[in-house]
Design a protein around this ligand. Sequence first.
Ligand SMILES: Cc1cc2nc3c(=O)[nH]c(=O)nc-3n(C[C@H](O)[C@H](O)[C@H](O)COP(=O)(O)OP(=O)(O)OC[C@H]3O[C@@H](n4cnc5c(N)ncnc54)[C@H](O)[C@@H]3O)c2cc1C
Length: 427
Amino acid sequence: MRVVVIGGGVGGFSAAMVARKAGAEVTLIERTDLLGGLGQVAGIGLLGDYDVVVGQERALGGADFVDVIETIPAHRSMDPPGYQNVLTYNVTKLDSRLQKACREKGIDVRLHSRVNDVEMSGNSVKAVMAANGNWISGDVFVDATGTSAGIPACERWGFGCVECILRCPTFGNPGGIIEKKMPTFNRKGVDGKTGIIGTSVMLPISSLADNVQAELHEKGYYAIPVPEGVEPDLVRYGRAGASTTALMDQEITKKNLLLMDIGGFVKVTATGSPLYARSFRKFPGMEDCLIMQPTAGARGHLIIGIALALRDNTLKADGFDNVFCAGSKGGHSMCLMDAMVTGDLAGHNAVRKGVGQRPLELPRTLAAGAYVDLVGNAVRAGKETGRHYGVIEAGFLKEMNVFREGAEIAKEVERAGLTGVYRTKLC
Ligand SMILES: Cc1cc2nc3c(=O)[nH]c(=O)nc-3n(C[C@H](O)[C@H](O)[C@H](O)COP(=O)(O)OP(=O)(O)OC[C@H]3O[C@@H](n4cnc5c(N)ncnc54)[C@H](O)[C@@H]3O)c2cc1C
């Protein structure tokens, strides 16, 4: 029984690992030369109340992505202004560690293999065609292609191609198999226009002043108050989805530029990046700084939030018998942990489907179950979630009544009868 996962970002990696644990043969197809997708520029791996979702995901038998980033920490247990309990990872080592984990599990990884076409039989996908013209067949498919539609979307709704980590001019535009056959949902920025931009940029630490470098080395972060006279860039901010996430859109992150060490680079995070990217050199200690990612610098960022799948709570895509979706494709996602939990569930359910079992719906008493339900319903209703919370945010966890502490975290999985379910061999 073969599961074919399309897209080697965090959602696709997680789906592939869990499908393999359940005993399937797994092929992971990635259009670029690297695994990790947007995770290669993310860097803030864990923050806030992540204990709940990571603890439950581990009790379920998943969380392989966390296992990987914990081997390459840049800094741990940081409390920068506006954030608590942050673990950053070294983004420069992410691809090699993800590839290593796949190799060790016996996953067949195909790089340089953009999926261009789909062969259907009724509502079932039979095979997908990779860039070299080869057809790759499978029993069940997972679409984990993210929510960037590449240059056409960045030209239409953004700032043109900004030469981001997705590297479309080289590897072709990203895009999933679901939107080839079924209607999908596009998110909107703060300005009400289609698509949202990524809000953070990367600078080499070596381009910052010595005192900033020293503090970054010691503490892992550096906060600089916005100097008088620096005007915010409201056009770029308007294309962001930042103000729909509670963590990013805080007054403190609008008044301070926050730099975090993500392994040789700093990430300028939260609302500070879209608001002030054009003025970074006016900030003390940043007079010589250079934006490395995206390559187009302060011009803007990539457009994401395009072609989200309509799907049920097992993550099966509407209109298909054998396609699940993982990662940001499956709903409004703001963080890596959102992508991981949906990846874990989609990978597991792909195998259930392949062996003729009913796919699993996580109970809403679990953080991941509540998240999958909330964002899936929002997409189905054609809406933003309003003030969206990712699966790691205390606000989300408390509103959904899924916040747990200590031993109660894993106990909730036990109560649901799901301990180790993602580790169980199904074939
Ligand atoms: C600039 C930026 C910074 C961020 N920073 C953080 C952060 O610090 N912390 C955090 O928690 N979250 C962060 N996020 C959010 C987080 O990175 C994403 O939500 C998450 O990585 C999405 O993962 P994904 O697997 O769904 O999609 P993606 O990462 O987009 O991966 C999709 C993969 O599919 C591949 N693909 C697409 N189409 C095809 C095709 N046709 N054939 C084959 N392969 C294909 C792509 O090449 C890509 O590798 C950030 C997002 C952005 C944009």
